[in-house]
Design a protein around this ligand. Structure first.
Ligand code: BTN
Length: 274
């Protein structure tokens, strides 16, 4: 029978609590989805700051309604995926660009020097050599379901992150994934979580105070699409000119400069399948 890894819950909570009073870390062996669980709690009126990490998700979710499949779990300390969600109340003036800011924070934690070439694929995938290393799913809930709230009222924000730590099955995937141990052979999920949790909270708080602006240049430095021919899921082709101050993707098409901000639109380098 497998045992739970040591997720350093107390250490992470101690590092984050000064930034976020009341913050707690919970580790579970199995759950349907860490995002689904924190959204369930928020809808039930629970809005405490928490980080929930699961060694296995039975119904992990990705963007655009896609499933998120984690890699096969081996020895827990060597688990091939890190899957967790951070939940906290947040009240930025403008939410645009949040998912990009989160991507910047995670990429900088995983690859501080940039040597590993961890890139950001708009809006918030992490790629290495055009292969997906990590995905981010952001959701929000109103504090009391069904009640109309003023714009400045905090919403409960759930940031779900899945990172490939070790190799994973590429079956059914058009492009094989990337994984962290390709350049950090000894990396474990608990180590990585301990490294990125506090910087992630600091980044979310910086975003709440200042919006996307402090992240724009850092995103540009890792932008996987800038200068490349891209194809949008609505069939449009163009050249990616980077990301604007509100986090929107700028694509030069035959019809002019198109600003893509919709979460419903996917973008790929031209020729790469959706
Ligand atoms: C994507 O690439 O489309 C986003 C993937 C997000 C996966 C993470 S794993 C932890 C959290 N729980 C989920 O069900 N999804 C996110």
């Amino acid at each position: 029978m497998s045992t739970m890894a040591d997720w350093f819950e107390d250490r992470i909570a101690a590092a984050v609590a000064p930034l976020l009073p009341g913050f707690a870390v919970e580790a579970v062996a199995e759950i349907d989805s860490t995002n689904t669980e924190l959204m369930r709690r928020a809808r039930a009126g629970r809005a405490e700051p928490v980080l929930l990490v699961a060694e296995r998700q039975t119904a992990g979710r990705g963007r655009l309604g896609r499933p998120w499949q984690s890699a096969q779990q081996g020895e827990q300390q060597n688990a091939a995926s890190l899957t967790f969600s951070l939940g906290l109340p947040l009240a930025p003036r403008d939410w645009s660009g949040l998912s990009l800011a989160v991507g910047v924070s995670v990429a900088e934690s995983l690859d501080p020097s940039g040597d590993a070439k961890v890139a950001l694929k708009w809006p918030n995938d992490l790629w290495v050599n055009d292969r997906k290393l990590a995905g981010i799913l952001i959701e929000t809930a109103m504090p009391h379901a069904g009640r109309a709230e003023a714009a400045a009222t905090p919403r409960y924000l759930v940031i779900g992150i899945g990172i490939n730590i070790g190799p994973r099955e590429a079956e059914g995937m058009r492009t094989p994934p990337a994984w962290l141990r390709q350049w950090r052979p000894d990396a474990t999920g608990p180590d990585v979580l301990a490294e990125l949790a506090a910087p992630l909270v600091r980044s979310v708080q910086a975003f709440e105070a200042q919006g996307f602006a402090p992240f724009a240049e850092r995103f540009a430095a890792r932008d996987a699409l800038r200068g490349r021919e891209v194809q949008l899921s609505d069939g449009t082709f163009g050249t990616c000119e980077g990301v604007g101050w509100g986090g929107e993707l700028q694509v030069r098409t035959a019809g002019g400069l198109q600003m893509v901000s919709s979460d419903e639109v996917s973008v790929r380098p031209r020729g790469m399948a959706f």
